[in-house]
Design a protein around this ligand. Structure first.
Ligand SMILES: [Zn+2]
Length: 276
């Protein structure tokens, strides 16, 4: 015979069981939803940019064809030997480049802006590797940027290697504040014969990339010219966007040629349409 108290307990038990079952169903539902998201993740994209993307913003860089950079011989202004031989000339050269960059005459263009838009959609699945030493990507809104050849708006203590932000001219008597005997500051720029920066991070990203997109890069300068090969080996889809076929153009699966400010926004819009 059921006493009222037992009946009450039974009713409570049934109610609890219903709740537990409901919660369990909810959990399965949520698990399936997360599974679905995991099955359609955002692609991982590595973009490499070179001089071609900044050319339309008015920045002239080193021309491989004649070995000149703004009418200077590249050995004089972009090698450790050139700096050792005539540091004042080298500082004056980078001071001029720095002044041009901060003058307001130079602005990011539609290609820089499109890449910032792509990063906004992909978040940390997006890495921008640039050979350029200007800050136009950052000014367009890019955040996850590796400057493999250094940055014009930074200098480095030649003794400790400490890197400093630097907007103005480097004057003859400018010295570091990090060493006991204040040392010379050099441009934080990778010169010919020196190792590019953050290569481990770049190769790690290339190893996980679903897309590798090279923009405005001539394919003359290694190791950057080898990135397409590395990305393909790891199974990435490779894309070249350039004014004309680069030195390593035949390695890419997809290519489009024209001005960066035209082909890059078009490509990015197509990609965004696929992601969304
Ligand atoms: Zn120092």
């Amino acid at each position: 015979m059921r006493t009222p108290r037992r009946r009450l307990r039974l009713a409570r038990y049934k109610k609890n069981r219903r709740k537990v079952q409901q919660r369990f169903r909810q959990r399965i539902f949520e698990r399936d939803r997360t599974l679905e998201i995991a099955m359609h993740p955002l692609p991982r994209v590595v973009v490499l940019t070179g001089a071609g993307i900044s050319a339309e913003s008015g920045i002239r860089t080193f021309r491989a064809a004649d070995g000149l950079w703004e009418e200077h011989k590249v050995e004089d202004v972009a090698t450790p030997e050139g700096f050792a031989h005539d540091p004042q000339k080298v500082q004056a050269f980078y001071n001029a480049r720095r002044r041009q960059l901060t003058s307001g005459d130079v602005q990011p263009n539609a290609a820089h802006q499109a890449l910032a838009e792509l990063e906004a959609a992909l978040g940390d699945h997006f890495l921008l590797v640039t050979q350029n030493i200007d800050n136009l990507h950052e000014r367009a809104g890019s955040r996850n940027v590796i400057h493999m050849h250094g940055e014009l708006l930074k200098v480095r203590c030649i003794s400790s290697g400490q890197v400093l932000h630097w907007q103005d001219d480097v004057k003859d008597d400018d010295r570091c504040h990090c060493c006991q005997f204040p040392s010379v500051l050099r441009p934080h720029v990778v010169w010919f014969g020196e190792m590019p920066l953050q290569m481990d991070e770049i190769y790690q990203a290339l190893g996980q990339a679903d897309y590798f997109i090279a923009i405005g890069t001539s394919g003359h300068v290694y190791p950057a010219a080898g990135f397409v090969h590395e990305a393909k080996l790891q199974g990435a889809h490779t894309v070249e966007l350039n004014l004309e076929p680069s030195q390593v153009g035949s390695e890419f699966e997809e290519k489009e040629y024209g001005l960066a400010s035209e082909v890059v926004p078009k490509f990015v819009q197509r990609m965004l349409a696929k992601i969304k």
